[in-house]
Design a protein around this ligand. Structure first.
Ligand code: ATP
Ligand code: MG
Ligand code: MG
Ligand code: MG
Length: 346
């Protein structure tokens, strides 16, 4: 008998539309002949207000895009009845309320296997401060950073300047100000002056209670895909290039604003180092199934600095994660199959 795959997408995050695009590609891969024999697709859509919708509605969203909703969810604890039939969940939610351990907690309580990392790997991977602390603990080189709280940013006019002084003296300019728990570069600013720093802290504080400020580095941006559980493997390395100031939201999602090279043109020993560190990072926070690990490669010094891990990376047919596996010998439909099998193995 076929396994019913609960494809869970949409979600209460700024990456809602990206999630729909990822889910559309996965749904298509499940209709590939080899997968059709093993799996039945059962899609579930989470509206922007958090409400879950049935497979019927989810299918129409996959075809024609996000549903409008009034942001007044009243049925948060009513799941579509079909959810009871799901054998294995495939959450493909990016960002807060999906990639961060919240959905993983719910699925754990449902006592059904699911694709990807559990509560801890997801939560630690999403929070850039916790993530960097975990990476430091296993000795992974990374940029210098300071953790800042919203309370410090909104503090009285005597404390705030001291915070900015400290950032200037410890990190200098340019530096990057980021909400700790987000993705797709939402809320991130690159700052070069005191005035920009103050504005960036204020902006980041509007997204998250937790903020991270990082020393800016001039480097090539390289990524690697990890697949597996305890015996996880790393893919070939890919490189992202663009003309904009940094890899911001617009650059990420506007066609033609960025390009990729897979495999990246790098010395063999740098590739091995990146792959090794990606696996170290994956295990450091107890990931499972998949992750995309992003690095800065400082060509002048040969340094490989880990930037971050994404436990549910973009998963469209033209997203980096599946493309890096395709270039490593695992085509998209097989990748989807392997991820489901890895979920069942857990
Ligand atoms: P994703 O969409 O991959 O989840 P994100 O929102 O988690 O991204 P980051 O990867 O932390 O954000 O940063 C986004 C981009 O900002 C990077 O790809 C890079 O271009 C730039 N950037 C971030 N931090 C630094 C840094 N310390 N030095 C130089 N550039 C940086
Ligand atoms: Mg990220
Ligand atoms: Mg992300
Ligand atoms: Mg990133």
């Amino acid at each position: 008998t076929k396994l019913k795959v609960g494809l869970l997408f949409g979600g209460r995050s700024g990456e809602h539309e990206v999630s729909i695009a990822s889910a559309r590609s996965i749904a298509q891969a499940l209709s590939d002949p080899a997968n059709v024999e093993k799996y039945d697709l059962m899609p579930f859509y989470i509206q922007k207000d958090g409400q879950w919708r049935s497979p019927d509605i989810a299918r129409s969203v996959l075809e024609s895009g996000a549903l409008e909703c009034d942001d007044q969810a009243t049925n948060l604890w009513k799941f579509p009845i079909e959810a009871e039939q799901v054998d294995v969940w495939f959450p493909i939610l990016h960002g807060p309320n999906g990639e961060d351990g919240t959905i993983q907690g719910l699925l754990t309580l449902m006592q059904k296997p699911f694709v990807g990392s559990g509560v801890m790997g997801s939560a630690v991977g999403m929070d850039k401060i916790a993530m960097k602390m975990a990476f430091a603990e296993v000795g992974l080189p990374q940029v210098k950073y300071l953790a800042v709280s919203r309370a410090e940013v909104y503090s009285n006019p005597c404390v705030f300047p001291k915070l900015c002084d400290r950032i200037e003296s410890e990190l200098g300019y340019p530096c990057f100000v980021k909400p700790a728990n987000l993705g797709s570069s939402v809320g991130i600013s690159k700052v070069r002056t005191r005035a920009e720093l103050e504005a960036a802290l204020d902006s980041a504080a509007s997204y998250d209670r937790r903020i991270i400020v990082e020393a800016g580095v001039v480097a090539r941006e390289v990524e690697v895909a990890v697949l597996g559980n305890d015996q996880a493997k790393a893919s070939v390395v890919g490189e992202i290039t663009f003309d904009s100031d940094f890899y911001d939201y617009e650059t990420k999602y506007t066609a033609g604003k960025s390009s990729h090279t897979i495999p990246a043109n790098l010395p063999d020993e740098v590739v091995s180092l990146i792959q090794e560190r990606a696996l170290q990072a994956f295990h450091a926070i107890d990931c499972a199934g998949l992750s995309r690990v992003d690095f800065f490669y400082v060509e002048s010094t040969g340094e490989v600095l880990i930037n971050e891990i994404n436990t549910l990376p973009g998963f469209t047919a033209t997203s980096m994660y599946p493309m890096m596996w395709a270039a490593s010998g695992i085509p998209y439909p097989e990748l989807v199959d392997r991820l489901i099998q890895l979920a069942l193995e857990q």
